[in-house]
Design a protein around this ligand. Sequence first.
Ligand code: ATP
Ligand code: MG
Length: 201
Amino acid sequence: EDDRQAAGLRRRVGIMGGTFDPVHHGHLVAASEVADQFGLDEVVFVPTGHPWQKDATVSPAEDRYLMTVIATASNPRFSVSRVDVDRAGPTYTVDTLRDLRVAYGEKTELFFITGADALDRILSWKEADQLFELAHLIGVTRPGFKLSDAHLPADSVSLVQVPAMAISSTDCRERVSAGKAVWYLVPDGVVQYIAKRRLYV
Ligand code: ATP
Ligand code: MG
């Protein structure tokens, strides 16, 4: 990345927002694949504070933050931001992008990475038009998904197909609660953290 900056190129940073309750290999594969395809210098994982679209059964923000740190620690291009965890009130993506824009400076190009499920609803988000000005939008989808399925303008969003889309946090929580294993769906350290903190039982 020093070479890139020496050559006068802007730093390219991906932003992966999520509840991460828990973070799983679908998230990690998606971030890695997008970083590769878009030549990103860094991907920042941003666990939500209180997610406005989900109810109160979400695990404490500090647990979700720490699991995300554990899961990303070994990758030099992955980092975790506390902007949403530390901001009071519900989490809105437009606030996340504004905070990270300030933190990374005007010279950084931001790429907001989101799953196809959220792409469908993005126009209903707070200040949706602002989102497109603050960051490029990258939708991660399962093979076969078409942009027309999301009713978004084709030039505002790029699509990346990822192979691990079938993994979900909901399924991981249900497995733990049913006494089933989550090995290989989430990183080993996250398996151990879930057990240590008795999450989802
Ligand atoms: P839940 O089942 O609780 O909704 P989730 O697995 O969808 O959880 P989130 O924390 O809601 O995880 O997702 C964070 C971001 O990652 C979202 O943009 C979501 O669309 C995306 N995402 C979720 N699962 C995958 C996956 N398997 N592959 C790629 N992206 C994913
Ligand atoms: Mg989800």
